[in-house]
Design a protein around this ligand. Structure first.
Ligand SMILES: Cc1cc2nc3c(=O)[nH]c(=O)nc-3n(C[C@H](O)[C@H](O)[C@H](O)COP(=O)(O)O)c2cc1C
Length: 222
């Protein structure tokens, strides 16, 4: 096990996007605490609907917890190998707890006026309640955007990742201490660490297959 030196020249965004691969094997090397802190800060710099930040992010580092999470993920070994796995969840009711504070912070930064904060305080509860069961979907969108920030930030800073959908939700919730918590939904798991071996780019479909101009089916010529 080695401790990696901090990256002094992070990759630019286009390079990080092109270079990123879903890595399936990780070295046991730990992520330096200050780098982990930087990753977490870049993750929560993600935007969210109304700035609600309705994600719950659980950074699983304990070896027993990682083993339990692996078992909850069809024994996919990247979780046991990577020094940290980020569990991205969304708490669909967190807006009711956080809205006041979110508005106070927006006012304190000068980004929002009293009028904006007042509008949010009256509109957000109505909007969120009108979503009904779709609150889960909206929360998962926010959590996925945060996870994408993590993945690209990690790549830029010399780390590797793997988005993971292959897990059993109830089991993941039990591992993170949220068994039976109905207002919590798991979005995605992302192991983070130093790649043990590279992976090739499996490629993408031609742009004209799934990119359209103006109307669905008017293929983008590429
Ligand atoms: C939402 C999502 C879920 C995924 N779930 C898994 C998974 O459970 N296990 C795994 O090994 N790879 C998983 N992958 C990785 C994909 O297989 C991979 O992204 C795809 O093959 C393209 O390869 P690339 O990421 O290297 O470009 C997932 C990717 C995404 C975006």
């Amino acid at each position: 096990m080695t401790v990696s030196a901090p990256v002094t020249h992070p990759l630019d965004v286009p390079t990080a996007i092109q270079q990123r691969r879903s890595i399936k094997t990780f070295k046991p090397d730990p992520i330096p605490p200050e780098l982990l802190q930087q990753l977490i800060e870049l993750t929560v710099a993600a935007p969210s609907s109304f700035n609600l930040q309705d994600w719950q992010i659980i950074v699983v580092q304990d070896p027993d917890q990682r083993a339990a999470l692996t078992a909850a993920s069809w024994n996919q070994s990247q979780i046991a190998q990577a020094p940290a796995t980020f569990v991205f969840a969304t708490q669909t009711t967190s807006w009711s707890r956080d809205l006041e504070e979110i508005c106070d912070i927006g006012l304190a930064t000068g980004a929002w006026t009293e009028a904006t904060a007042g509008y949010f305080k009256s509109s957000v509860p109505k909007f969120q309640e009108s979503l009904g069961e779709k609150q889960r979907e909206y929360g998962i969108k926010d959590a996925m955007i945060a996870a994408t920030h993590l993945v690209l930030a990690a790549e830029s800073l010399g780390l590797s990742t793997c988005f993971m959908n292959g897990w059993i939700e109830d089991q993941v919730k039990a591992v993170i201490g949220a068994a039976g918590q109905e207002d919590l939904a798991i979005a995605v798991l992302v192991p983070v660490g130093y790649a043990a071996e590279p992976r090739k780019n499996p490629g993408r479909l031609p742009l004209a297959r799934n990119v359209s101009v103006n109307r669905l089916g008017t293929a983008y010529p590429g």
